[in-house]
Design a protein around this ligand. Structure first.
Ligand SMILES: Cc1cc2nc3c(=O)[nH]c(=O)nc-3n(C[C@H](O)[C@H](O)[C@H](O)COP(=O)(O)OP(=O)(O)OC[C@H]3O[C@@H](n4cnc5c(N)ncnc54)[C@H](O)[C@@H]3O)c2cc1C
Length: 510
């Protein structure tokens, strides 16, 4: 069993919980990032990446500050080092509560806008650990995949590394999939990531991955297969591994930034553009000790519970649940403040829309209590939350609804607001004070509030967040189908079958 008290500590001592300075320095490593037709020399100073990187550096510093150190870091019992709670292996209910608090803080600091923060990606590796034996059961003469996973976890935890992850194939031609037989994935070797050859040092791989949020400013790329597509016809396309983001031959294409007006009072969220990237692997070496799966998808299928197998979809744990909650409560509070700022708060229709938003927040609170209540240990001693599988799918659908409600409550004010420079210009300011103020609030307050709503529900940043919420967990329709196929309805169906055999006997009591 991995990570029990009996295990001998691995020799590697890391650098401990990440600091802001160390994080920024770690990104100056020659990585090959492209944006808008140009190669980026240094992501830490490029305007498309710097604001996000600086924000993360700020949070890394907070986790080491006297105020948050005890909540966001802990002592790793194996190495004795102080590590981030995001990388803590939870061994008890108390540990899970600590992880919740840490995730709440990460999301408080980043306003629930980072779908792929370091705190969200660490659990991908931690949750795989409980299947260490399954990974080891797939044999290869060059390495033990399960041991690789455990060692990789230690390396990440002790150095507090920031991972990105990439699961999907490039969106080139999906026509070989059918509605019901999703295993028949198109396996054009020029497109899907595949092994080119084995060498003494590792495997050489080529192919693309769509897509990988935050790859541009991550330390490591964790690459695997998505739940439904872990089974392939061609074993060469079956692999899971993690390599440094600066690996030779790995080319990262970042999309156009969705943020404008960075640093403006009125657009506080736009510095949280976490970037989305394509990954192109051109004969990249994956060392043997960085491979977790090769040619045989069994462990990944078990881990992700694809197609209704064993379900462990709570792998995202607290981080994603807390993030969704912060995002929901933020949108609801902004909508409420907007309604008050223009005097529509008392109208029945508006109040009902706000009530609908509050309902979603409260259902989420109940659900978080529920997954906490259903928490328990896995056979290797890892404490894990109860399943949140349906919850993640549901969020894909209500997130869009919340955006819609916020837009409806705002009316045209969500787009028609003066800028900070307009506010600062005395010549025009007198008109703004008169015609663009709100109910009992001045134009400065009102325009900043509405521009925050614009960040959330109308800007290119807000639209990207909305699209992210819909797709990031995989195709919601496919997820619903997988959930439906694994959902046990036998008891009720049995009762109905009995009912169909014999009519209800009205008024008869045994
Ligand atoms: C902003 C954003 C960030 C993301 N970040 C990450 C990340 O960090 N890491 C990562 O691994 N992934 C990430 N993803 C990818 C995400 O997991 C995928 O978008 C999702 O799995 C859907 O796949 P796709 O985009 O290739 O769409 P497609 O699968 O190409 O779907 C396109 C359309 O075709 C339909 N369709 C496709 N196949 C079928 C079929 N067999 N039968 C019927 N209809 C079908 C779909 O329902 C959809 O309407 C991100 C996505 C977004 C939008």
């Amino acid at each position: 069993m991995p990570l029990t008290a009996a295990r001998k500590p691995a020799p590697e001592q890391g650098l401990g919980a990440m600091t802001g300075k160390r994080y920024i320095e770690s990104l100056k490593d020659g990585r090959e990032v492209w944006i808008d037709g140009k190669r980026v020399d240094d992501v830490t100073v490029h305007p498309a990446f710097k604001p996000m990187i600086d924000e993360l550096a700020r949070v890394y510093d907070l986790q080491n500050s006297p105020k948050y150190r005890d909540a966001m870091t802990c002592i790793d019992p194996e190495s004795g080092q102080r590590i981030s709670v995001s990388w803590m292996f939870p061994r008890s209910e108390v540990d899970l509560k600590k992880k919740r608090k840490n995730s709440e803080l990460w999301n408080e600091f980043t306003w629930g806008q980072l779908g792929r923060s370091p705190d969200i990606l660490a659990p991908y590796i931690i949750s795989a650990l409980h299947l260490k034996e399954a990974f080891s059961a797939v044999k290869h003469p060059r390495c033990d995949f399960g041991e690789n996973l455990v060692n990789y976890y230690r390396h990440c935890a002790r150095n507090d590394l920031f991972l990105t992850h990439a699961l999907g194939d490039p969106q080139v031609d999906r026509s070989e999939q059918t509605q019901n037989e999703q295993r028949k994935v198109r396996e054009d070797e020029e497109v899907a990531l595949h092994v080119v050859e084995e060498t003494a040092d590792g495997v050489i791989i080529s192919g693309g991955k769509q897509l990988s949020t935050a790859a541009s400013h991550s330390n490591e790329c964790y690459v695997a297969l998505s739940a439904t597509f872990a089974k392939r016809n061609d074993p060469k396309c079956v692999l899971a591994f993690a390599i440094p983001t600066a690996s030779k031959g790995l080319k990262i294409l970042a999309r156009e930034p969705v943020s404008r007006w960075i640093g403006s009072w009125g657009h506080p969220l736009q510095m949280l553009d976490e970037q989305d990237c394509m990954l192109f692997f051109d004969h990249v070496l994956v060392p043997w000790d960085r491979l977790f799966m090769l040619y045989d998808p069994t462990p990944m299928v078990r881990m992700l519970g694809a197609g209704g197998g064993s379900v462990n979809f709570n792998f995202l744990g607290w981080s994603n649940l807390c993030r969704a909650y912060t995002r929901m409560t933020l949108m609801t509070a902004v909508a409420t403040m907007v309604a008050k700022a223009i005097g529509v708060y008392e109208y029945r229709e508006v109040a009902a829309k706000l009530g609908e938003m509050v309902t979603y927040c409260q259902v989420w609170e109940h659900a978080m209590d529920g997954v906490e209540h259903a928490a328990g240990p896995t056979p290797n001693g890892q404490w894990t939350l109860g399943t949140g599988r349906g919850l993640h799918i549901w969020f894909a659908q209500i997130s869009g609804r919340m955006t819609e409600l916020l837009r409806e409550i705002c009316g045209s004010g969500i787009i028609m607001q003066p800028s900070e420079n307009d506010l600062a210009n005395p010549e025009i300011r007198k008109y703004l004070d008169k015609y663009m103020r709100g109910k009992d609030v001045d134009v400065e307050y009102k325009s900043r509030l509405f521009r925050l709503a614009h960040d959330l529900a109308a800007s290119s940043f807000g639209m990207r967040q909305d699209i992210y919420e819909y797709w990031h967990g995989g195709d919601p329709n496919r997820n619903r189908i997988n959930l439906m196929r694994s959902y046990d309805q036998s008891e009720m169906m049995g009762r109905i079958t009995d009912l169909l055999k014999e009519p209800l006997a009205h008024g008869e009591v045994d």
